[in-house]
Design a protein around this ligand. Sequence first.
Ligand code: URA
Length: 210
Amino acid sequence: MAGNVTLVDHPLIRHKLTLMRKKDTSTASFRRLLREISMLLAYETLRDLKTRDVQIETPLVTMSAPEIDGKKLVLVSILRAGLGIVDGMLEIVPSARVGHVGMYREPKTLMAVEYFYKVPVDLANRDVIVCDPMLATGNSAVAAVERIKESGPGSLKFVCLLACPEGIKTFHESHPDVPIVTAAIDERLNDHGYILPGLGDAGDRLFGTK
Ligand code: URA
């Protein structure tokens, strides 16, 4: 994959994503599938976590064994659909800290407007994973990462379920240093800022609001 994008196209993820795309998939199934895919994305996203060796005792002997090093990870949800990814990732890293960035898309301009921001106070030296299922226009992701960068995190990654070429381009024009991890790259954006073929409105499908 060109540039700073990791496409995690494991057959399990591709299969589950197909189920999520189907318009008749229920809210309950959509939620469960997003959780499951997010656990699989966590596995790949956290591949470069640093470890250090510690002395432990097994029932038989003492040994030197790896444990994750450094300050606790921070998962940041771009509200509201990002909650679905954070939920799944927390199954894998239950002690991670969690932040929330509230962004809505101004319907005419499609620009991101922040209405809420709360992240752990000490982001310095922490690895931060910003989560939003859809990298569509890229405007919310750009704005959220800009805001988080003000706190000087140790490292940053952006994780989504679906990206499109327009969103990747916009995101990396502003943040070429931030890797994107995604389960798929779809064809294009439509005039309303939705990804095609996509899966519709991720927030509505996750929470059953439409
Ligand atoms: N947000 C969504 O929920 N779906 C899209 O297709 C684009 C942005």
